[in-house]
Design a protein around this ligand. Structure first.
Ligand code: ADP
Length: 529
């Protein structure tokens, strides 16, 4: 509202809310900090889990930053921007989501102190950007090369990503599966598409029973017990059309007045379905995966023809099957033809935890790999699945980028140290912002210590001292949470892909800068909308 000659001029719809200047900044910063503090306690191997209950009472128990934030019903626009950081981090690297959000929260907290000292938000934003750019260079400088065939190192990377995510019990087994799967799907040039690795969850059995299968696993069973349980040298037809009698498009009533007519009607139905099955047989297929239904009569004829048939296969599974077996997904009965079929050495139905699953092995494309993750309860399996997804992503990122850094807060301490030196070389007001950025990064080792029940101040002092001392290993000194001491993180096997850190720092800085630059929040009235 402004006024002209005493007459107020309204430019916004009635009911709109507007906050400006410091009020807008404090509101946004407070909201963003609240999000960061919500996930802070989950950071690191000793981080706690959260139990999230949705409106219909479904429970998710997790330690995964992005899952927590996605499940929380967040409304504040600045808080939503923090959730976006976690999502971006998850999309780009698959891990480090909590780290990114916690750093962003701390950057904003430090910015608030500067605002109180009357440093202008654009000066802070500028300094933060400079610091974020410099941080990228420093991280690249301290990164170490990954040899893509260094299984021991890759397993350590998988291990670090999985720590604290409910996978402790069988980490040896799981990291082995992850690294095996990624090396199997990696291209010669190092690119990895984790889409090729299919993870199937199965409640029952123990984590130790989890296994990897070269090929595809489909959580389905064949439609008729008379069909073969195993088909060797499989010729696979993928069909996205119903193997059923065509229902009339319009509501038509067929009046049948005599038993003969009824028989004729049924015969016709059977003849039509048999026609479809004949087409499948004629194509040379001995396995049929159908995305739609297969009715009783069709099941009978398919079984009689010795075809292994599965119905209502998920679309995503059809796509993966197509890739794995080099088949085309045929979307009409008339298009069924021998050249559309795919190949696999064997298609077999097997019992896993008392339930049938279909194994398609020896696929034409050897890059298809599946894993069955098993665990005692649904919550355990779900959290394991998330841990495996993270581990698969980080190992693939390490194989792709061929660079890794130490974990346990070591890179953050090193960054903080070198950024402070950089700040001094910059001078002026920007120096204050770069120093604030440097100090903010210490939130990671500090939180790791806090969550492990250690004294954060003592730990920070010790870590700073060991980094300042210099020497070849100084930059790898971090907080070995499991042994409650500072130590060389490379030796402790706590390692992460470089991209986890570069992405976390850059997206945290970007979000903090974006939130800082807002000095006017205009919210439309909800009821009026
Ligand atoms: P994020 O969602 O950010 O990945 P995590 O809860 O997985 O959060 O914690 C990751 C942090 O924990 C990283 O800084 C990593 O280096 C550290 N970390 C993992 N394992 C250990 C360990 N054994 N000792 C110390 N720090 C560890």
């Amino acid at each position: 509202m402004s006024s002209l000659g005493g007459q107020p001029i309204l430019i916004l719809k009635e009911g709109s809310q507007r906050t400006r200047g410091r009020d807008a900044q404090s509101g946004n910063i407070a909201a963003a900090k609240a999000v960061a503090s919500a996930v802070r306690t989950t950071l690191g191997p000793k981080g706690m889990d959260k139990m999230l209950v949705d409106t219909i009472g479904d429970v998710v128990i997790t330690n995964d930053g992005v899952t927590i934030l996605k499940e929380m019903d967040i409304e504040h626009p600045a808080a939503k921007m923090m959730v976006e950081i976690a999502k971006t981090q998850d999309d780009e690297v698959g891990d480090g989501t909590t780290t990114a959000v916690v750093i962003a929260g701390e950057l904003l907290k430090r910015a608030e102190d500067l605002l109180e000292q009357d440093v202008h938000p654009t000066v802070i934003a500028h300094g933060y950007r400079m610091a974020a750019d410099k941080a990228q260079d420093i991280l690249k400088d301290i990164a170490i090369d990954v040899k893509p065939d260094d299984m021991v190192l890759l397993r350590k990377i998988a291990d670090t990503a999985m720590t604290g995510k409910g996978a402790e019990a069988a980490k040896d087994k799981l990291t082995e599966l992850v690294v095996k799967a990624i090396t199997m799907v990696a291209d010669a040039d190092g690119t990895v598409d984790t889409q090729f690795v299919k993870v199937e969850k199965k409640v029952g059995g123990s984590i130790e029973d989890s296994e990897i299968v070269e090929g595809m696993i489909i959580d389905k069973e064949r439609v008729h017990p008379a069909m073969p349980r195993v088909v060797a040298d499989a010729k696979i037809l993928l069909l996205n059309a119903a193997v059923e009698f065509k229902k009339t498009e319009v509501d038509a009533e067929i009046s049948i007045t005599s038993p003969d007519q009824l028989q004729m009607f049924l015969d016709e139905e059977e003849r039509m379905i048999k026609g479809i099955v004949d087409k499948v047989v004629a194509s040379g297929a001995n396995v049929l995966f159908c995305q739609k239904g297969i009715d009783d009569i069709a099941q009978h004829y398919l079984a009689k023809a010795g075809i292994f048939a599965v119905r209502r296969v998920k679309k995503s599974d059809m796509e993966k099957l197509a890739r794995a077996t080099s088949a085309a997904v045929v979307s009409s009965i008339d298009a069924i033809a021998p050249e559309e079929l795919g190949k696999a050495c064997s298609v077999e139905e097997k019992k896993v935890s008392g339930e049938e699953m279909i194994f398609v092995t020896g696929c034409e494309n050897p890059k298809a790999v599946s894993m069955i993750i098993r665990g005692g309860t649904e919550h355990v399996v779900d959290e394991l699945d998330r841990a495996m997804e993270d581990a698969l992503r980080v190992v693939s990122v390490a194989v792709e980028d061929k660079k890794f850094v130490a974990g346990g807060g070591a890179p953050e301490i090193e960054l903080s140290l070198r950024l402070r030196e950089y700040a001094a070389s910059v001078g002026g007001r920007a120096q204050l912002a770069i120093e604030a950025f440097a100090n903010a990064l210490e939130i990671i080792p500090r939180t790791l210590a806090e969550n492990a029940g250690l004294d954060p101040i003592d730990m920070l002092v010790a870590l700073r001292a060991s980094h300042e001392k210099g020497g070849a290993d100084a930059k790898y000194m971090g907080l070995d949470v499991l042994n409650a001491a500072s130590g060389n993180m490379l030796a402790a096997g706590v390692v992460e892909p470089l991209r986890v850190k570069t992405q976390a720092v850059s997206s945290a800085a970007e979000a903090a800068v974006m939130i800082l630059r807002i000095d006017d929040v205009i919210a439309a009235s909800k009821s009026a909308g």
